[in-house]
Write a protein that binds this ligand. Structure first.
Ligand code: 0RA
Length: 685
């Protein structure tokens, strides 16, 4: 009974009342008769546990990677997730509303919750106090308290607080419970410095954990990243509606942020869509739970919820979670959503004549264009599979999701005919685009465009290493000639374009692929086209658009970008597309040539050379005015050139640009050409 004695001895004069209260409630000898047998058993098991405990913690220290994946930065942060998971579990059990996470000076972490407090009495199985059990017995977590309403437990992380203790230089726990404040400290990888002690009184409940990761384990870094912790905790707050999470950085630059979302994943969807244009205000929300039997024979519940909203873009944004773990690889919950969406949307589309009888079904890809959705499942016994253990495997979840979403989405569609019409029109548009592209590909195949021969107009480079190779798409045959002669033949290929290419935004699919210039580009680049475009097959990792610095040149450039955006989008997403920057001006002075790429540069140049007003300079109207040598020096030489890299930071803005500019309305196009590309980020290479 060593710990009971210690607890009793530890209290000071002023804490006496608490001690008495505590003793009376929990370890009073007079009231303990019926428990005596239990405690004796506990005492015996304590000795046995003690040995096991030390062996367990030592195993964690020997092979930390087995428990937290890595001892680099992510592993260091994993310790935080582990402790936070315990507090979130207490919140999910319905007993905790607030969690505070603080990065302290000295790179220690404090996690505070206002739950019931970790149990302080002796756990029969281990002979240790609840607190000591949680922090020293592997996988004890919160699960030892069977029947305590403790159903869901931290998914991927769920290795338990004892692992954090094992990997800490020291760890302190403070529990507020039954009117008392209890403390315990561990050092050197989980060795208790004494038993749990009653040190004061209080009238709240909760748990406060502070730990310092062991620098002999985390040799790479022991520095915490505020943004990493902040972002993850914000996500946790979105995934668990109503929980308040306060993140604080108490190191040099003090920061504090509070996250609490009454709307949970509904608000998460709005957050993800916040810089997009939603097609309608409301977020479609489905939720439900189903009982399942556990291996132990007891019955528990799977809880599932889905939030969805469409935006006017084209990308699919479906994110899934199980027990607050982002399941990157998807799994049965996402499959259930897919089944329900495909079934319900097709039925509604047919019943309401958005799809005619002879038309084929809408595909899941059609349905997902512009869809932002969050799927979140809480499962008492999750099976994580896949390469990175982020694919949910529990088969029963597929049917649960399919059922919940099926019923509730169907109901939503029936009750909101206006919104349903908006959704249907969006999806039907996606289907039409898909069918048009398929037709185009078929006709292209017939036209023999998928032959692997390279176009005759292409002057290819000699290197076959795509990561080194560059394809210059050059406006006009004469500039093409200069580029061919001026280039670095080893790595630079030249494809001259004759005149304007087709506007793919307006042209019918069959005309697009009948177009020789487009065919040449597809063959030269070598990755095929959407939806079979394969970025791994492209022959050049830099594709450089080189057009004249005039209105026609801008137009050709935007036509090319539109083509890439619609048919080879990964090229833009991956940052493979560049825009060459030929100079605008040349000043010849004392036998030397000075080039300027901007009006301001020209003025600076004039000043630096101390030129008299009226000193002549050349304004380049086109690439064709430069000879091969000049083109190389000013625009193509990797050591000297300036290029713009096309990025898709804001996919929605780009989408807007392409539809506005390449559609039928002429005015925005003109405006754009003058203002230049919004989605082009300046980058000197
Ligand atoms: C099991 C049972 C009880 C509380 C907890 C676990 C608990 C664990 C942690 C870990 C961090 N914070 C926590 N808060 C609570 C309930 C025991 C009782 O009935 O009072």
């Amino acid at each position: 009974m060593e710990e009971e004695k210690k607890v009793a001895e530890a209290t000071s004069e002023e804490q006496k009342p608490v001690e008495e209260e505590f003793v009376a409630k929990d370890i009073s000898v007079s009231e303990m008769n019926e428990n005596e047998v239990e405690l004796e058993k506990a005492d015996a098991s304590y000795t046995a546990t003690n040995i096991q405990v030390l062996e367990g913690l030592e195993a964690v220290r020997k092979r930390p990677g087995m428990y937290i994946g890595t001892t680099a930065g992510p592993g260091l942060h994993h310790l935080v997730w582990e402790i936070v998971d315990n507090a979130i579990d207490e919140a999910l059990a319905g007993y905790c509303t607030e969690v505070h996470v603080t990065i302290n000076p000295g790179e220690t972490i404090t996690v505070t919750d206002n739950g019931r407090g970790i149990p302080v009495d002796i756990v029969g199985k281990t002979g240790l106090s609840g607190v000591e059990t949680v922090y020293t017995v592997l996988h004890a977590g919160g699960k030892f308290g069977e029947g305590g309403g403790y159903k869901v437990s931290g998914g991927l992380h769920g290795v338990g607080a004892s692992v954090v203790n094992a990997l800490s230089e020291w760890l302190e726990v403070e529990v507020h419970k039954n009117g008392g404040i209890y403390k315990m400290r561990f050092e050197n990888g989980g060795h208790p410095t004494g038993r749990l002690q009653l040190v004061g009184k209080c009238n709240d409940t909760g748990t406060i954990v502070t730990f310092k990761p062991d620098p002999t384990i985390f040799v790479e870094t022991t520095t915490y990243d505020y943004i990493t912790i902040r972002d993850r905790l914000r996500q946790v707050a979105y995934l668990n509606r109503g929980i308040t999470i306060v993140v604080k950085d108490d190191r040099d630059e003090k920061k504090e942020e509070t996250f609490c979302y009454k709307g949970g994943i509904k608000e998460y969807v709005q957050f993800i869509n916040h810089n997009k244009v939603p097609l309608f205000e409301e977020v479609i929300y489905c939720e439900g739970s189903e009982p399942i039997e556990l291996a132990s024979g007891s019955v528990s519940h799977v809880y599932a919820e889905v939030a969805m909203q469409y935006n006017d873009g084209y990308s699919k944004n479906v994110y899934s979670f199980c027990n607050n773990v982002h399941t990157h690889e998807g799994g049965t919950h996402e499959e259930g959503l897919r089944l329900a969406l495909t079934r319900v949307i097709n039925a509604y589309a047919r019943d309401n004549k958005f799809l005619k009888e002879n038309e084929e079904n809408l595909t899941y890809d059609d349905i997902c264009e512009g869809l932002t959705a969050i799927v979140s499942v809480k499962h008492p016994n999750p099976q994580f599979e896949g390469q990175t253990k982020t694919k949910l495997g529990n088969f029963e979840v597929r049917k649960i999701l399919s059922g919940i979403v099926g019923d509730q989405l169907n109901r939503f569609l029936l009750e909101n005919p206006k919104t349903s019409k908006t959704i249907m029109e969006k999806i039907v548009m996606a289907a039409n685009a898909r069918l048009a592209a398929r037709k185009a590909r078929d006709s292209m195949r017939k036209g023999g465009l998928e032959l692997t021969t390279l176009p005759g107009k292409l002057a290819d480079c000699s290197s076959k290493d795509p990561s080194k190779c560059e394809l210059y798409i050059v406006e006009g045959n004469s500039a093409g000639g200069s580029a061919k002669n001026g280039r670095d033949r080893e790595i630079q290929a030249i494809l001259p374009l004759r005149g304007k290419i087709l506007n793919v935004e307006k042209a019918q699919a069959k005309r697009i692929f009948a177009n020789a210039e487009i065919g040449n580009m597809i063959q030269a680049i070598g990755g095929g086209i959407d939806p079979e475009f394969d970025i791994n097959k492209i022959r050049y990792h830099k594709i450089v658009i080189m057009t004249d610095a005039d209105v026609d040149g801008s137009h050709i450039r935007i036509l090319l970008l539109t083509f890439f955006y619609r048919f080879m989008r990964p090229l833009i997403e991956g940052g493979y597309i560049y825009i060459a920057q030929p100079p605008l001006y040349k000043i010849s002075y004392h036998g030397k040539d000075y080039y300027s790429y901007k009006d301001e540069e020209l003025e600076i140049q004039k000043k630096q050379l101390n030129l008299k007003p009226g000193y002549p300079f050349q304004r380049y109207k086109g690439l064709g005015e430069m000879d091969a040598q000049q083109l190389w020096e000013t625009t193509m030489d990797p050591a000297r050139r300036k290029m713009l890299r096309v990025t898709l930071d804001d996919a929605i803005a780009a989408e807007q640009v392409f539809t506005d500019l390449m559609g039928d309305n002429v005015d925005p196009r003109k405006e754009f050409i003058h203002a230049n590309a919004k989605f082009v980020k300046n980058l000197d290479i």
